[in-house]
Design a protein. Structure first.
Length: 95
């Protein structure tokens, strides 16, 4: 499964991805970002309201977040960019 990043001047930044916790596919707003040398990390949450667990999206070799513009096509990322890739199961009674 891939992830699609959307950052355009005309709308709020968002990511379409499959949640590694519950397997729901949907769109999430970007809640935060970290610029780390040539890479950008995005903090998003699962689009499914019953899950809402956090996910980090790795955008390798990206421009700094402030200058990144994806246009109408978005930026397609491989599935390995969504972290955690193999989440640990939650303890019984915690979800």
């Amino acid at each position: 499964m891939t992830a699609q990043v959307w950052k355009r001047a005309t709308s709020e930044p968002s990511v379409t991805f499959r949640c590694p916790w519950c397997d729901v596919i949907g769109v999430s707003p970007i809640h935060g970002h970290i610029d780390n040398r040539r890479d950008v990390w995005l903090l998003v949450s699962c689009p499914y309201f019953a899950c809402l667990r956090g996910v980090m999206i790795h955008v390798p070799h990206a421009s700094p977040w402030s200058t990144l513009e994806t246009s109408e096509d978005g930026l397609l990322l491989s599935g390995e960019c969504v972290h955690p890739q193999q989440p640990k199961p939650l303890p019984v009674g915690s979800g």
